[in-house]
Ligand binder design. Structure first.
Ligand code: ADP
Length: 477
């Protein structure tokens, strides 16, 4: 059946083409999930140097000689099963390094680079492109934040816009003097519109102009209106509360499935989990603990609460637990973790680096996954934990609070507990959570119940895709 509805996704990353973080997973997963509910989603991405090889297999569908200082050409093709528009603008994107930074750090002209992407996104939404006209433009994060603004200020051609916040920490700032170079109307430079602390923020521009605002969990949507989480934009978001909502990310259930692991297991037959645990301990040089084997797979940054571990791991290890960490990031956090390995050999293991295959073995072999984040828009690792019966121990923030049910006596009695949730995000509460974990683990019957509840939870994309489809349909009506 041909899809009747059309949506253009404008983003800077998309799995499997280009990824630096969770944004890419969402942008890459949505087209297939939405196709199942009647929406055709095409994705507009910059043709970074690493993507230029694809251009030869694609058709030229649009061009402009003056796209923010150089030639811009849009190519269309199907890449890895995704319908993709690549914006080729060599003066902006044909550079070494990642999407945002080169060998010497962030590109100085990032505001311009992603304004161009947003400009072209708005043009496609407004005018259509070779007979394909989207009804909705879906912009992701600060990189696409100007797209709803361009639609609002230069005519939308009937297209509606949605802006999704994946992480409020990145806001796309530019000096006020650039307003005309960014092709924005200077009369809109006031606090109720484009002005942001004396400059311009592409994220704010999107927040004040998009028809709908979403973020990647309902709880993060509420948190963003508060000063502790809004990072300066709380007032802007609260002012638009009526159009703000949260839609949880899903995980790819084909990729994240204990049944597909080399030593496979399932909710019906958990035997393989013990074998995975044994293999992981051996691989990491840990002596198999009689308490829980806790894992942590994460960027090592302040956001993720990694600094709290030093205060709580000594007691956890003394009571029989073990810890295995896979991550990389802040050198001081890496050093603190190495200190734990030195103090507790055979009980704490730290692998510095990014290794997707190893992360699967962590989830298959771990008993519990720790996610002590200070803020977490949605979070993926607690959802992998649920899928794998690797009981999540999470702080009560953002999407973590939306996806894990604390094993309180009432939740245990009702048969709905899926993990351990703690609050506030400090070493005292995390220490208590680890005590609760050790106690729960020591009761095999209760432990098995929590694992089973977790594994039965739906964390796939189907429900989220339906929620996006309903949002779009509400707009188009
Ligand atoms: P964020 O996007 O803030 O980093 P998420 O939990 O939303 O946090 O997503 C992080 C993703 O990156 C997950 O898929 C996680 O498994 C993966 N990841 C993080 N660090 C590593 C690592 N060192 N090795 C392998 N995968 C990692």
């Amino acid at each position: 059946m041909a899809n009747e509805r059309r949506v253009l996704s404008v983003a800077s990353e998309c799995v499997p083409l280009i990824k630096t973080g969770g944004l890419a997973d969402v942008v890459g997963a949505l087209p297939a999930a939405l196709a199942a509910v009647g929406w055709e989603m095409r994705v507009l991405l910059p043709a970074y140097r690493s993507l230029r090889a694809h251009l030869t297999d694609m058709a030229e569908v649009w061009s402009d000689q003056d796209l923010f200082g150089g030639q811009g050409t849009v190519y269309f093709g199907v890449l890895h099963g995704l319908e993709v528009y690549l914006l080729d603008a060599p003066h902006l994107y044909d550079r070494p390094g990642g999407p945002y930074a080169g060998p010497d750090g962030d590109w100085a002209d990032n505001a311009m680079r992603f304004a161009a992407l947003s400009w072209v996104g708005a043009a496609i939404a407004r005018d259509g492109i070779q007979g394909w006209k989207p009804e909705v433009l879906h912009a992701h994060d600060w990189q696409a934040g100007f797209a709803p603004a361009y639609l609002t200020y230069s005519g939308s051609g009937g297209a509606c816009s949605v802006l999704t916040i994946h992480n409020i920490a990145f806001q796309g700032w530019a000096p006020a003097s650039m307003i005309e170079n960014l092709r924005l109307p200077s009369e809109q430079f006031y606090p109720g519109a484009l002005e942001y602390y004396g400059g311009i923020s592409s994220l704010k521009a999107g927040l004040v102009t998009a028809d709908r605002i979403t973020t990647v969990s309902p709880n993060y949507a509420a948190e963003l209106m508060r000063v502790e989480f809004g990072m300066g934009l709380q007032g802007v978001i609260a002012a638009r509360a009526e159009v703000v909502s949260g839609i949880l990310n899903g995980v790819d259930e084909a990729v994240w499935s204990p049944q597909e692991e080399p030593i496979s297991y399932s909710v019906q037959s958990m035997k393989g989990k013990a074998a995975n645990r044994e293999a992981l301990c051996e691989e990491l040089g840990l002596s198999a603990p009689h308490g829980p084997l806790a894992i942590l797979v994460s960027r090592l940054t302040d956001q993720k609460g990694i600094d709290l571990l030093a205060g709580v791991i000594p007691e956890f290890v003394a009571s029989g637990g073990a810890l295995a960490v896979l991550g990389s990031g802040d050198p001081s956090l890496e050093a603190a973790l190495r200190g734990l390995v030195a103090a507790y050999p055979g009980k704490v293991s730290v692998t510095i680096g990014y290794d997707e295959a190893l992360s699967h073995r962590f989830f298959a072999g771990g008993d519990a996954v720790l996610v002590p984040s200070r803020f977490e828009p949605c979070g993926l690792t607690q959802m992998y934990g649920l899928r794998y019966g690797t009981v999540p121990v999470v702080s009560a923030v953002g999407g973590l609070a939306d996806t894990v049910i604390h094993a309180s006596p009432a939740a245990m009695a009702a048969g709905v507990a899926t993990g351990i949730v703690f609050h506030p995000v400090d070493a005292i509460a995390l220490g208590q959570a680890l005590r609760a974990l050790t106690q729960l683990y020591s009761n095999p019957k209760e432990w098995a119940k929590v694992q089973k509840n977790a594994m039965r939870q739906d964390v796939g994309w189907a429900g989220s895709a339906l929620a996006y489809a309903q949002l779009y349909e509400g707009l188009v009506k």
